[in-house]
Design a protein around this ligand. Structure first.
Ligand SMILES: [Zn+2]
Length: 245
């Protein structure tokens, strides 16, 4: 393990175009529950309902109840961990070009990263499906003190989180940018992703196809471990600071 970390740190230090790809594992270390894995489920609400566009359009109040009771308090309390901070440091030092993320919590930006490509949208911004007006999480949470479904101040449209729900397409611009970065990078550092949720998980595959070397940091095995130059098992918060040192 020690020599694997040293090898990965050397590859990071020598890279010309380093890109990171992050998933739920790095956020879990900041207390954000995941959909997958033991003990990973949200406690009271069913992801098949709160994360599905069809279910949302049928009964928006279920999502907003979940948002008020679980999503908002968890996100307000969450702070970046040493893994997020290490990626932000790598960017500040000029070594890391961008972070492509499957996460929606904004912790990477809170840690100081500037070039973050959010493949699944984000939960900080809520938008009107009719007029496009946007609202912050705090504004919407305040509205939910007195109503079950928040309202747009500009029209009678339905408000929705900009998180990509099951049944929705990934944002085209973010997806295009992610694949451009995958094609351009010489090293991709995959952190905390099971690398099974498509189409996002196709991004590291595209990096490999473009000739990039893959470093994987994850608690569990992934389907791409055998194609990585180094696959490190463990926490992002423990390993990334040593890769960025
Ligand atoms: Zn509106």
């Amino acid at each position: 393990m020690e020599s694997d970390i040293a090898q990965a740190a050397r590859i990071v230090a020598e890279s010309r175009h380093l890109v990171a790809f992050t998933g739920a594992g790095i956020s879990a270390e900041s207390g954000i529950p995941t959909y997958r894995g033991a003990g990973g489920m949200w406690s009271k609400y069913d992801p098949a309902r709160f994360a599905s566009i069809d279910a949302f359009l049928e009964d928006p109040s279920y999502y907003w109840s979940f948002f008020k009771e679980e999503r908002y308090p968890v996100l307000k309390a969450a702070r970046p961990n040493p893994g997020h901070e290490a990626l932000a440091r790598l960017e500040r030092s000029g070594r890391l070009r961008s972070v492509i993320t499957q996460n929606i919590d904004g912790l990477q930006q809170m840690a100081g990263s500037k070039n973050v490509i959010e493949l699944h949208g984000n939960t900080r911004t809520i938008a009107c499906l009719k007029c496009g007006r946007t609202y912050s999480m705090d504004e919407i949470h305040a509205q939910l003190a007195s109503r079950a479904i928040p309202e747009c101040r500009g029209c009678d449209g339905l408000l929705k989180t900009t998180v990509v729900m099951f049944g929705e397409n990934l944002p085209a611009a973010a997806l295009r940018e992610a694949f451009e970065q995958a094609a351009a990078c010489d090293v991709m550092l995959c952190v905390g992703s099971s690398l099974v949720v498509h189409p996002a998980a196709a991004v590291p595959g595209a990096a490999l196809d473009g000739g990039a070397r893959l470093i994987i940091v994850n608690q569990d095995p992934t389907p791409l471990d055998h194609r990585a130059v180094v696959a490190l098992k463990g926490k992002a918060g423990d390993i990334l600071p040593r890769l960025a040192a």
